[in-house]
Design a protein around this ligand. Structure first.
Ligand code: DLL
Length: 435
């Protein structure tokens, strides 16, 4: 089912609409947001310079730091009395970024989330458990209102209290789950520990996962343990929250809501636009928002874009699953390392579990990476040489892929931290070491 006819519009029509909305947004941003006016003036750009979509690249980028500089409300393009909701990022890496919505923005947001939900195959016949945190995080409320608009039955559990989550799923006949993929995996683990077989005892048939990436490995584990179809959806607070892009049943990337958002991929070093299909940093422009028009926002997420029509019938451009973040990259003794590369190496070792953590520290002025990964209990009751052989196998695999020697620590099941939200895979102790 298609939620909105814009999803199947011919590309020329979508592009016409994008241009009209872009012009309007640029003009409003220039008039109403001091940051944009000052930046445009400094660069000698006028809103009238935007005559075609190709002119987008004349516009300056917006970064998280820009939003932070105008904390909390300085980037809003409407007076506060028109703002009816505020969300913000968690602020774990500094000052939180704050986003505001007018009534119309909330309506648009809800509709775009309804689109993502429909793309994933959830309908009014589903009973949906929302296990994202409700609060300043956009995940809980975003999916909540989108589900209601679709007509699904919503159980707003929020995150945490995993046994209660599982009991509710079982007793209320939940058919669709909304959470981060890592929390879904953790829920399966707690279910199994408590004698619940998610495949046999629960009816969850589809998962809507977002807020963080999910590798093939994680998806396969979720499928295996839950017997459900996992789907991926992408978003970020600065653009609106969830609703930016979602995977359809053809499972070949996530459809971007192009009538509301223009996507580009750039070379993160040079800032130059890259051709379709090349991997780079995703840059998004929100072209239909009242409260917070954001031009060329640098997401730091790495992906590729594909404008070819999809077998599902939709014509909107698809983004590939996020491959990592530019700020995830660690430089260890001169080697660039993305956590996703380590994860891909671990995925090739059938003996290990999909729970790992990377610890970076400085010893004798050199950076060292330790990969902690869980292995089944039996390794700790068996012989030491077996454990050692597995450790070497993992270190060799990582060395082959990355050309980097790492220390591998095998740990017992359920010893690495679990979270009900986004998983934290990297512990970087280097700063601490340097002070
Ligand atoms: O995570 C919005 C969201 C909530 C999207 C629920 C989907 C579902 P933020 O907290 O601002 O917003 O974090 C945004 O999370 O730049 C990505 O790095 C990451 N992210 C979000 N969805 C995905 C995904 C929400 N499907 C940041 N795959 C983004 C990979 C994702 N990364």
């Amino acid at each position: 089912m298609i939620w909105d006819q814009h999803e199947v519009w011919p590309r020329e029509e979508i592009e016409k609409l994008q241009l009209a909305r872009l012009k309007d947004t640029v003009a409003r941003a220039y008039q109403k947001v001091p940051f944009y006016r000052e930046t445009f003036d400094k660069l000698g750009i006028k809103p009238e310079d935007i005559k075609s979509l190709a002119d987008l690249k004349k516009l300056p980028f917006t970064t998280k730091d820009d939003l932070r500089r105008y904390y909390p409300y300085g980037m809003f393009a409407v007076p506060m009395r028109q703002i009816v909701r505020v969300h913000s990022s968690s602020g774990t890496t500094g000052i939180p970024t704050v986003v505001g919505y007018t009534k119309r923005d909330l309506d648009t947001w809800t509709d775009l989330v309804a689109r993502v939900i429909t793309q994933a195959g959830v309908t009014a016949d589903d009973i949906v458990q929302i296990s994202f945190g409700y609060g300043m995080f956009t995940g809980g409320f975003g999916l909540h209102y989108g589900m209601e608009r679709v007509g699904a039955t919503v159980l707003p559990l929020s995150s945490g209290n995993t046994m209660r989550q599982l009991r509710t799923m079982r007793d209320f006949g939940v058919t669709a789950l909304v959470s981060t993929p890592s929390y879904a995996l953790h829920m399966a683990e707690v279910a199994e520990e408590n004698g619940i077989d998610p495949k046999r005892d629960l009816k969850v048939r589809v998962g809507l996962f977002g807020g963080e990436g999910s590798s093939d490995w994680l998806r396969e584990e979720i499928k295996k343990r839950w017997g459900m179809r996992p789907t991926d959806n992408y978003g970020l607070s600065e653009i609106m929250g969830p609703g930016v892009a979602g995977e359809c049943e053809a499972a070949c990337g996530m459809h971007i809501a192009e009538d509301h958002i223009i996507a580009e991929v750039i070379d993160p070093e040079t800032g130059e636009q890259l051709p379709y299909g090349e991997e780079g940093e995703l840059v998004l422009t929100a072209i239909n928002k009242e409260a917070l028009p954001v031009l060329r926002y640098r997401t730091k997420d790495l992906t590729t874009l594909d404008p070819a029509p999809c077998s599902c019938g939709r014509t909107t451009m698809r983004m590939a699953r996020v491959l990592g973040r530019t700020d995830d990259m660690m430089v260890i003794r001169g080697v660039n390392v993305f956590p996703s590369q380590i994860e891909a190496a671990l995925a090739e070792i059938p003996e290990v579990e999909p729970f790992y953590q990377l610890i970076v520290e400085t010893k004798n002025y050199l950076d060292h990476l330790t990969v902690q990964v869980e292995v089944p209990e039996r390794y700790f009751t068996g012989s030491f040489s077996e454990l050692e052989a597995l450790q070497c196998k993992i270190a060799d695999k990582i060395h082959t892929i990355l050309g980097l020697s790492v220390k591998v620590m095998l740990v017992e099941p359920k010893t690495l931290p679990r979270t009900a939200g986004k998983a934290k895979r990297v512990i970087d102790n280097r700063q601490v070491g340097r002070v």
